[in-house]
Design a protein around this ligand. Sequence first.
Ligand code: HEM
Length: 529
Amino acid sequence: SQLFLPKSRSAPPVVFHYFPIIGSAITYGMDPYTFFFDCKEKYGDVFTFVLLGRKITVALGPKGSNLIFNGKLSEVCAEDVYNPVITPVFGKDAVYDVPNAVFMEQKRFVKSGLTSDNLRVYVGQIVDETEQFLKNDPKFAGFKSGKSAPVDIFKAMCELTILTASRTLQGEEVRQNLDKSFAGLYHDLDGGFTPLNFIMPGLPLPANFKRDRAQRKMAQFYSEIVAKRRAAGSAEGAEPSQHHDMIATLMEQKYKNGRPLTDTEISTIMIALLMAGQHTSSATGSWALLRLGSKPELIQEIYDEQVRVYGEPDGSLRPLDYETSKSSLPVLDAVIRETLRMHPPLHSLMRRVLQDIPVPPTLSANTRGTGLRQKEGETLIIPKGHNVLAAPGVSAIDPTYWPDADQFLPSRWLEGGILKSEEKNGGAKSEATKGAATSNETVDYGWGAVSTGANSPYLPFGAGRHRCIGEQFAYLQLGTIIATIVRNFDWKIDGGDGKIGKTPEPDYTSMVVLPKLPCDLLMTKRETA
Ligand code: HEM
């Protein structure tokens, strides 16, 4: 298509590669961030690379993210890219298997369930699950006060994430079955949630047959819960639900045309929430605990904050509660925020280009690296048929925007921390947003007002119509789990000879960015716990 573009228009520079179809698959796949920074140096903020026969155009920086996240529906489409891997896992009639307008209504249903009333209940439930886990799980159960032992923290966070999500969002029936049938189904379903299915969807792999079987059974499991609750509800005479979970919310919702959700829609949305929240939160929690283990003085700061906010005169700590945790724990909050700056779970967010997209001059002006072919005055066009890729994680660690960008410094988010005057932006230098549209306008996609400007160098939850709706829940879940662990344990990464070890390197080969194994923390039970 490049050949037929008028002379004044040009396509983005193409990343040099030796093998036609494979393209940059290996360098991108092994370490996307090194690949993106190298390409940015050579080609600028907008460039195209070949990934197994497909042309992917990357748009970096806050303006690049803005172009993609706030692209018009007529220009960019998420479902064309995500459907092949997502729909066989989540199921039919929701999310990417329906027109975007319907999905936007479904996001509204979920948001309407995340009320303060429900979140308040969740804090207590998450504390309870975490306390039980620390008491009974074999990884923690043997600890005596003051004694230390290594714990595989990645495994622990995976288990804690699904335990707490099922107790809260998923509901008691899922939680009760977690140790039984549900765990096996989850395992098989998750086995089909792989990057390979993005690249080559529909391969007749044994894992995909297992996935399909697990999807059917899990959908049936949710339908049975809905049927039982309906029967119980009608027996009691249509009382408002006593459940605080998302199944209860979805059973009460109606589309704009007055139609309630079908059982299939409910099960697909419930599986979507399960999968969307599990990998992102367990990865973020693991990174947070590992980063803290490489700077144990921060663990002490979190503990001191707990004492300051929840301490009783007799030295005990009151239980965590929603109101306080929402507004009064800035250190804990800053640790999660900084973890998401350095380790956002999703490194590449994609859309299919439905019609040629002109790149705004302020963005294309940055596409003049050493490998440049674009001429002055030409309009840069991202051609129809390409995929576009946003990688907000690049600007989140770019030294142009952040002082000490490679350092884990939660204090950058605190008042009085580095670059205090810009604390809201985590110390991001003001050049970050210079020249970018600075409007505070919002747009409502049907599920809540979202800021139109994706101009921040920090967007771990995305932006625009596909922005995350789980952010609030994720902060609540991670904050409560981390605080509960801090109340009971101290820890460090064991570097041998009494030294502190390094945080593990990232592994980019699965659906989210995980810490490379081993992820052991040397944990010590607090004398007071
Ligand atoms: C979308 C990140 C937790 C549900 C997204 C997107 C990002 C993201 C970057 C945008 C995807 C895109 O533009 O293609 C995260 C992170 C999390 C997290 C970093 C935790 C640390 C959760 C949780 C839930 C959830 C706990 C559910 C309870 C969703 C949903 C979408 C979404 C429904 C919308 C997808 C769309 O509209 O296409 N998330 N997420 N996320 N997330 Fe999250």
